[in-house]
Every structure is written in structure tokens, then in C-alpha cells.
Design a protein around this ligand. Structure first.
Ligand SMILES: [Zn+2]
Length: 82
């Protein structure tokens, strides 16, 4: 069982409590079907968890992307000032 390794590579967050520790129940073919939040015991299917998180992730990317654009604009302004 290498759930810890999986958990480190993909940071998934519980949509209920924001916890990042999950227990995994593997299906018959070794794929993870159900995850259970270690903090609030909410059970989600892997697909649900990924869907909830992909919304968070794309929000993050939007925010970070905006910051990068602002920084790049500032840097360009400073270059032209010199
Ligand atoms: Zn939770």
C-alpha cells in the first residue's frame, strides 16, 4: 500500500473540511475507488475528489497566472525606465 506516496504527489483537499489526509480503499483491481477523509470521515469516490479539486486547482492557476502577468508587467516597466 503506497497511499502515502500517492498523497504526496497529488495534493488533494477534502471539500468539506480542507483536510489533506485521506484513507484509500482499493478496489478489486487495485485501483482506488473510495477515499475517506481522515479528519471528518467524509467518503468520496476518487472521481468526486478529483472533480472537487480540479475546480480548486484551476482557481489557483487563474490567481497565480494573474500575479505572474502583473509581475511581468512591472518588470517590463522597470526595464524601460532605465
Ligand atoms: Zn474532511
Amino acid at each position: 500500500m503506497d497511499a502515502e506516496k500517492y498523497n504526496r504527489d497529488v495534493v488533494l483537499v477534502c471539500p468539506t473540511c480542507g483536510g489533506t489526509q485521506f484513507e484509500y480503499d482499493k478496489g478489486v483491481d487495485e485501483t482506488i475507488e473510495l477515499v475517506k477523509c481522515a479528519s471528518c470521515n467524509r467518503e468520496l469516490t476518487k472521481d468526486e475528489l478529483i472533480r472537487e479539486n480540479s475546480e480548486n486547482i484551476s482557481e489557483h492557476v487563474k490567481e497565480i497566472g494573474g500575479e505572474i502577468m502583473k509581475d511581468a508587467a512591472e518588470t517590463l516597466k522597470n526595464i524601460f525606465k532605465r
